[in-house]
Write a protein that binds this ligand. Sequence first.
Ligand SMILES: Cc1ncc(COP(=O)(O)O)c(C=O)c1O
Length: 371
Amino acid sequence: MKVPLLDLKVQNSRIRDLAVKKFSKVFDSCEFILGGETEFFEKSVAKYLGAKHAIGVSSGTDAILVALMAIGVGEGDEVICPSFTFFATAGCVARLGARPVFVDIDLDDFNISAAAARRKITKKTRAILPVHLFGQTANMDAIAAISCEFNIPIVEDCAQSFGAKWRDRQSGTFGIAGCFSFYPTKNLGGFGDAGLVCTDDDDFAEKVKILRVHGAKPRYFHRYIGGNFRIDEVQSALLTLKLPSVDGHIENRRRNAEIYLNELTALPGIVLPRELDGNFHTWNQFTVRILNGRRGEIQQALEKEGVGSGVYYPLPLDAQECFVDLVDGKNLTKNAAIAASEVLSLPVYPELEPHQILYAAKALKNALNFG
Ligand SMILES: Cc1ncc(COP(=O)(O)O)c(C=O)c1O
């Protein structure tokens, strides 16, 4: 049997005819960028998230970038972010000339440690950028408390957390901005690159919209130095088509995760992920920790049995070559380093059937028992 880490063929085949119709509609309309499809998609997502505004953009990376630009992050500023995340989180900060301040994570959920974040606040801190990694939100009570105490805005990196909730409230709705990615592997995946910024703040929304089109309003009259952060109509049309299925997909992910958790419980040599109190985990990734330096060996054994797996991410950001000048090499984030050396993500995507998850779990149990 083959259980790939991700296979979009089944999901795509189920919507093929409708998707082709949508393609044709956009094709015939000759309206390819920021048109009616985008307006409709933005309204639909805003409603889903419970946010006042949703602004479609070109990618999750650009969502973070434009949100930070709208706040005015720039030279001399610091932005607090976790050390264990995808590069884009901190890359956007650095691209604006600001300094990403890397904070360690909690190993319980791989998310930013609020206590550690608090210790890194300085007069230069311009934003806190928590990431809801693997589909589970960071502790937003604790982060919101820091934001209130120091009057620092929160920009949430929700690239992996579409549909995730903290105390029944959607991720992305806690700070000034929630930044989503519709990269094909995400809970709501596009057919290419796309992203979204949501916010409840009217002025902020207006600024993001202007920045999205090179800072111009009206056209060719540039109020700000923006960029091309526009979303394509074809993405908006296809994402509109997929949006009603997202909750069902998340339920399937949750079912799959539950099977793993039941099957793999109390095994030595592995730490299982958990849904922490207050969270509605969407399991964009089901990520275990493989202890005792055995990750490479286990990954190979899984591959032999036809079970895919992935390492997200093998190196914390504070240990990345491009950030070497920003960090004090003696105080690198410890939990992030542990996670980087131990994490292994297993197949959990919604179209996987329970028997496939059982097969993958058995392959993992066998691999662990052989050592
Ligand atoms: C945590 C995180 N932040 C940001 C991004 C960037 O999103 P995109 O690939 O849509 O630019 C990703 C996507 O991979 C991500 O996982």
